[in-house]
Design a protein around this ligand. Structure first.
Ligand code: NIG
Ligand code: FE
Length: 422
């Protein structure tokens, strides 16, 4: 008998989502299902996984969970968030209800810049305090890893303050955070009408400072990257500016992510593919040629249906066309105060299955293993397999599809993070 720390047994279904590569095409429909399954955990990692009977013959553990009548699946990976911010945008929410559009509000000096004002005023401690309850909600809803962007500071001091807040939050609660530096999220008011000058400043001052900050941060020892991201969009940054930002990031060792094709297509997919970006995100208005380009690359396409839902739009990204084209598709909340105040991956699954016609299995793979590839950490998270981090959920249902079929409640009963029940 091998003695382990935790043994979860008798689950109606253990859903592994295991894959060495991002799942594409028909593979998205395979969740790696084990009936009457068990998972053994030791030292925060998965030791073994398989049918309950054979696992119990070989392993015992100090702590056990009887998951009969339940489903066990990987913890959700949320690969695109702006969860660190101060204030809220409830007034803009009302303006949108009355008919204003997101881009109109942004052009009138609201939007990202209004959150920037509140975030600049906040201290690191205040940002941490404002963000902790949101991360707590995310954890309750099954998120065990989340990428988090800066981009509400938009000056050197405030962007570094956001990085400090992300690092402090990572240590203060169970969800593992992956930092992304995004000073090119909007043009700050000091640079109004001078986006080229702002981009020069981002490249010569901000990115080097962020890279230096990262080298001293605890993220380095833990092998977690610092990504660099840019909002490639009308009223934000054009294709050439986006290229320069991401190239500067890459030159400083920051792998690339890009917000592309949310409202207008400026060629961001081609840029992501050319630069070998880790992900290209939004893809709401992506043309068929760009889908094919993406499909022939290792870049993960992250779609964010909570944004369309929140903006009251029916024009969702054609995520199923992306899957059919052969792209590696992931899902994310995009939690942020403007376009998606949504902490819930399960709600995103509900939206993706209805408005983007993803099958439950496709949606679940998109929020686990493919999302892990979307943050470059699929070697340690996103699936249940021996050696992987023991980040898993016990769902209060008998069929994994329930987690996409039901919405508005919460089927997540137990969250195990790094082998510990949290
Ligand atoms: O991903 N598109 C740009 N950034 C966010 C919105 C951020 C905000 O409105 O505060 C997004 O949708
Ligand atoms: Fe975003």
């Amino acid at each position: 008998m091998i003695e382990a720390d935790l043994l979860i047994h008798s689950a109606v279904q253990v859903v592994t989502c295991a894959s060495e590569m991002p799942k594409r095409g028909a593979a998205m429909q395979d969740v790696g299902l084990i009936s009457d399954g068990a998972v053994v955990v030791s030292n925060g990692r998965i030791l073994a996984i398989g049918p309950t009977e054979s696992i119990r013959e070989r392993y015992s553990a100090g702590q056990t969970i009887n998951a009969s009548g339940k489903v066990v699946c990987p913890g959700f990976v949320d690969p695109h968030t702006h969860v660190v911010y101060a204030g809220d945008r409830i007034d803009e929410f009302e303006q949108r209800i009355r008919g204003a559009t997101y881009l109109e509000i942004m052009a009138a000096g609201g939007g990202i810049v209004s959150t920037m004002r509140a975030t600049r005023r906040a201290s690191v401690d205040e940002l941490v305090e404002a963000t902790l309850p949101r991360l707590e909600q995310m954890l309750h809803l099954g998120t065990t890893t989340a990428e988090v962007k800066t981009g509400y500071g938009l000056d050197l001091e405030s962007e570094l303050k956001m990085l400090e807040a992300i690092a402090a939050l990572d240590l203060a609660q169970p969800i593992d955070l992956i930092p992304t530096f995004m000073p090119a999220h909007a043009v700050p008011p000091e640079f109004n009408g001078r986006s080229a000058a702002y981009i020069d400043w981002v490249i010569t001052e901000m990115i080097p400072a962020a890279a230096a900050w990262y080298k001293k941060s605890h993220f380095v020892e833990d092998g977690r990257p610092l990504f660099c991201d840019v909002f490639c969009e009308q009223n934000a940054f054009d294709l050439d500016q986006s290229r320069r930002v991401l190239e500067a990031g890459l030159a400083h060792g920051l792998p690339a992510k890009i917000h592309a094709d949310e409202f207008t297509s400026l060629g961001g997919v081609g840029l992501a593919v050319a630069l070998g970006a880790t992900s290209v995100d939004h893809l709401d208005v992506t043309a068929a040629e760009d889908m094919a380009l993406l499909a022939n690359s290792d870049v993960v396409g992250i779609v964010l249906p909570a944004v369309n839902f929140n903006l009251g739009s029916h024009d969702f990204a054609d995520a199923h066309a992306l899957i059919d084209a052969g792209a590696a598709v992931a899902l994310s909340t995009d939690i942020n105060p403007g376009s998606a105040p949504c902490p819930s991956v399960p709600l995103v699954l509900a939206l993706a299955t209805r408005y983007q016609r993803l099958l439950p299995a496709e949606a679940l793979n998109a929020a686990t293993i493919n999302a892990a590839f979307g943050v470059g950490l699929a070697d340690r998270i996103g699936s249940l397999a021996p050696g992987k981090q023991a980040d898993l959920l016990v769902l209060n249902c008998m069929d994994f599809r329930q987690v996409t079929y039901q919405f508005g409640g919460n089927l997540v009963e137990v969250v195990v993070k790094n082998g510990r029940i949290v």
